[in-house]
Design a protein around this ligand. Structure first.
Ligand code: 13P
Length: 249
């Protein structure tokens, strides 16, 4: 049985007042069987951890640096995130890859830093619209997987998120067949690299315009173990039904 995970990526949205959404989400968080993770902006991590603990909500960061410390003005290390009490960190989000020119090698280093700090990295992959239209999606996913995942992936230390860039924040969702094709492919790639026993346990999340009204369909895919949600994670009234749909899947 793989863990089911509903993760919310708040991106650069929300100040301390937004943490009230955690309290509102609390009543729909299942007691067991489904992990709910909220990734607020870094300045809110400390307070979010305090609030979320009793609510059975895990807290993650949205990025970490590839080095453990040093003269990197404005950056935060995996160790600092762990020190806040967070348990997860997103690495390799397409917004970081695109706008900050992060390479697969950078993402791999960040995942290793996450492990060293005791965090679970949520490693993101996904193709652009050009790639999708050129028909080379699976080639790109294979390259991202082999370059971004370190060799030390185990059954329990990593989460992988597939987020087609053209579906992020656009309201455009791939067909269920497209989602199944990529998730099955990722599982097969993980199996050939890490072995079936490990690969079968790694949660694969889908991300990109997940909403309450499409969540159940997306979660019906065998190799979709949850979602990484942007816009619809900001309000408990939007995210709660997604969590409930996952728990029921
Ligand atoms: P949306 O759910 O807003 O499309 O964002 C997805 C995402 O980028 C989550 O990391």
């Amino acid at each position: 049985m793989r863990p089911k995970i509903a993760a919310g990526n708040w991106k650069m949205n929300g100040t301390a007042a937004a943490l009230a959404e955690l309290n509102a989400l609390g009543p729909v968080v299942p007691a067991s069987g489904t992990t709910v993770i909220i990734c607020p902006p870094a300045p809110l991590l400390f307070r979010a951890v305090d609030l979320a603990g009793p609510l059975n909500i895990a807290i993650g960061a949205q990025d970490c640096h590839a080095e453990p410390k040093g003269a990197f003005t404005g950056d935060i290390s995996a160790g600092m995130i762990a020190d806040c009490g967070a348990s997860h960190v997103i690495v390799g989000h397409s917004e970081r890859r695109d706008r900050y020119s992060e390479t697969n090698a950078n993402v791999r280093q960040k995942a290793e830093q996450a492990w060293r700090a005791g965090l679970t990295p949520i490693i993101c992959l996904g193709e652009s619209l050009d790639v999708r239209e050129a028909g080379t999606t699976l080639d790109i996913i294979a390259t991202q997987l082999s370059g971004s995942l370190p060799d030390d992936v185990t059954a329990t230390n990593t989460v992988v998120a597939y987020e087609p860039i053209w579906a992020i924040g656009t309201g455009k969702v791939p067909t269920l067949e497209q989602i199944i094709e990529v998730h099955d492919f990722i599982r097969a790639q993980l199996t050939s690299r890490f072995g079936a026993e490990t690969a079968q346990m790694i949660p694969l999340l889908y991300g990109g315009s997940v909403k309450a009204d499409n969540a159940a369909t997306i979660f019906s895919a065998e190799n979709v173990d949850g979602a990484l949600v942007g816009g619809a994670s900001l309000k408990a009234s939007d995210f709660g039904p997604i969590v409930t749909a996952l728990a029921a899947s």
